[in-house]
Design a protein around this ligand. Structure first.
Ligand code: PEP
Ligand code: MG
Length: 576
């Protein structure tokens, strides 16, 4: 029976394909349907793996020498306790039976559920036991891999293109792995419009929807699904007329995209001749090709922290240097703004030695960099070395205090000195800028215009912190409003103050790629936009049709308005 569910569309377009259920970082865990006749065998395979691991742990415990520290036995007992918990030892069997899925998948799904519960625990000690759960599950997985059961036939070549990934939640690290694949779309139960998961989804330029709440429960493996990313609608098991209608819309959408690509070489300028720089945001060096294809005249934000995700070590100086060098060389003389790693909050490295989960108000971005100067210096040296091969600007994320900027500049000085000592060349004129994404920085901008060469407004965080709305939380997503008067006045204020101080200012949050806000930002005085490549042609088209002289009075009215409806009406007039 056909039914429809609604969520928040985070990347437009229409996808039609078959559902494929996934869970966190699941790309490494096989997921397949086990034929009904094989289900008892699959359950038995799971039970056998649990028994083997139990015996292993008991064997280990029996072998502990009497002289060993008491913690050793306590540690093994803890792992046995985790293994024996019904959530891991019994519930996966039920999942195998009800969902007819393989044991690895059932175990992983249960682990994710258990880990999500750990995240809610206040007690730091208990929360840290997450890694013990992961270790125990790892042992069972390893045992399962040595006991292969039924295996599905391999997927046909190119079949990914018709897959719609359905997940309860995905981390940015999961989604960035999709760049190596060609899925048609993905949809999740959780997530907000500017969560990093959504941000990366946009960069994939495939239709995607978050905050669907029950998609993962309601949709079954392999079901036919339509995803309308522009409207935030998912249609499951559509009837033939609906399917035909969406096939037509999909075709029209694709034609429109192709047409817009013709603007690739057109200069971005308003009707009254004001030129605008349109740059691209990238996560990985491989994204440069798409940026160029869509006519970007520079990289306005390279989120370098994505080099640190999906691995359990850290990229060393040479590896980072190669990544940065590759981007500047491919950009062939165009400017490349590389943000120093902005880890923390929803983006964390898997390095077990590192501080991993840090909340949005905690130790993230520049705060984290400054607590680990050696690690930060490694990145700075790599950036400086790469600056010898093209035009690099260094961008410091989430600055809030003058001291942070002073310390970051001092470390850049130290990195330069170490390269000078080793006679390694770098761009001596390299520019250093800061991201304005904390309201305190926006309100005390003079503190930063004096010290930095340029600024870049990160509206994703700026809105989150101004409105106190967690950008990753779908339950408050309706409160996340770029048109809130406080946000508009902050933005206009930043642009004006930076202009007066003669400091170039760009905007690289998701607002830059939202074509309904292009004219408003132009009227506020913004002349440099950075966004995911897929949005560049739309934004360029809006700029080409804009007359600044007409827009400015309306923008001034918007800055004085406080009524949300009036604000929306004024914006509609601006865009008409
Ligand atoms: C922002 O906050 O607007 C931004 C561009 O940085 P990120 O989305 O990576 O936090
Ligand atoms: Mg940010």
């Amino acid at each position: 029976m056909s039914f429809t569910i609604h969520g928040i569309g985070v990347s437009g377009g229409i996808a039609i394909g078959h559902a494929h259920l996934v869970s966190h970082a699941r790309l490494e865990v096989a997921h397949y349907v086990v034929p009904q006749s094989q289900v008892p065998e699959e359950s038995a395979r799971f039970d056998a793996a649990v028994r083997t691991v139990r015996a292993e742990l008991e064997g280990l415990r029996a072998g502990v020498p009497p002289t060993a520290p008491a913690e050793f036995t306590a540690f093994i007992n803890l792992h046995l306790m985790i293994l024996n918990d019904s959530m891991l030892s019994a519930a996966p069997r039920r999942v195998i039976e009800t969902e007819q899925c393989n044991a690895e998948w059932a175990l992983k799904a249960q682990m994710d559920e258990l880990l999500a519960r750990f995240d809610e625990i206040e007690d730091g000690y208990l929360r840290e036991r997450k890694s013990d759960v992961i270790q125990v599950v790892g042992r069972v997985m390893k045992t399962l891999s040595g006991q292969p059961g039924y295996l599905p036939p391999p997927p046909a070549a190119g079949s990914e293109q018709n897959l719609i990934l359905v997940a309860h939640d995905l981390s940015p690290a999961d989604v960035v792995q999709f760049k190596q694949h060609q899925f048609a779309s993905f949809i999740t139960d959780l997530g907000g419009t500017t969560s990093h998961t959504a941000v990366v989804a946009r960069s994939l330029a495939i239709p995607s929807i978050v905050a669907l709440h029950y998609a993962r429960h309601l949709i079954r493996e392999n079901e036919l699904v339509i995803v309308d990313g522009s409207q935030g609608v998912v249609i499951i098991a559509p009837d033939p007329q609906v399917l035909a209608e969406y096939q037509l819309r999909q075709h029209q959408f694709d034609l429109e995209r192709q047409k817009l690509k013709r603007l690739k070489h057109t200069r971005a300028a308003t009707l009254d001749g004001v030129e605008v720089e349109l740059h691209a945001n990238i996560e990985l060096p491989g994204d440069v090709a798409e940026a160029k294809e869509n006519g970007a005249t520079g990289i306005g934000l390279f989120r370098s922290e994505f080099l640190f995700l999906n691995r359990n070590d850290l990229p060393d100086e040479d590896e980072q240097f190669e990544a940065y060098r590759r981007v500047v060389v491919e950009m062939d003389g165009m400017p490349v703004t590389i943000r120093t790693y902005d880890l923390g909050a929803d983006k964390h490295s898997d390095d077990p030695q590192r501080i991993v989960t840090t909340p949005a108000l905690g130790l993230r971005a520049i705060r984290l960099c400054l607590t680990e100067p050696q690690r930060f210096l490694t990145q700075l040296r790599a950036l400086l070395r790469a600056s010898h091969h093209g035009k690099i600007n260094i961008l410091i994320p989430m600055i809030a205090t003058a001291a942070e900027v002073d310390q970051a500049l001092a470390l850049i000085g130290q990195a330069k000195q170490s390269l000078d000592d080793a006679k390694v060349p770098y761009d001596r004129d390299i520019k250093v800028g800061g991201m304005i994404e904390v309201p305190a920085a926006a309100l005390a901008l003079g503190m930063f215009t004096k010290k930095l060469d340029f600024l870049s407004i990160g509206t994703n965080d700026l809105i989150q912190y101004t409105l106190a709305v967690d950008r990753t939380d779908d339950t408050v997503a309706h409160l996340y409003d770029p048109l809130h008067p406080a946000v508009l006045n902050l933005l206009a204020g930043i642009i004006k103050t930076a202009d007066r101080a003669g400091v170039p200012v760009a905007l690289c949050g998701e607002m830059a790629g939202d074509v309904s806000l292009t004219r408003l930002l132009l009227a506020f005085g913004l002349r440099q936009f950075s966004m995911h490549a897929a949005h560049l042609p739309d934004v360029k088209q809006a700029i080409l049709k804009s007359d600044l002289a007409q827009l400015k009075p309306l923008a001034r009215k918007m800055l004085r308005a406080s009524d949300p409806q009036k604000l929306r009406a004024l914006l509609a007039r601006m865009n008409s």
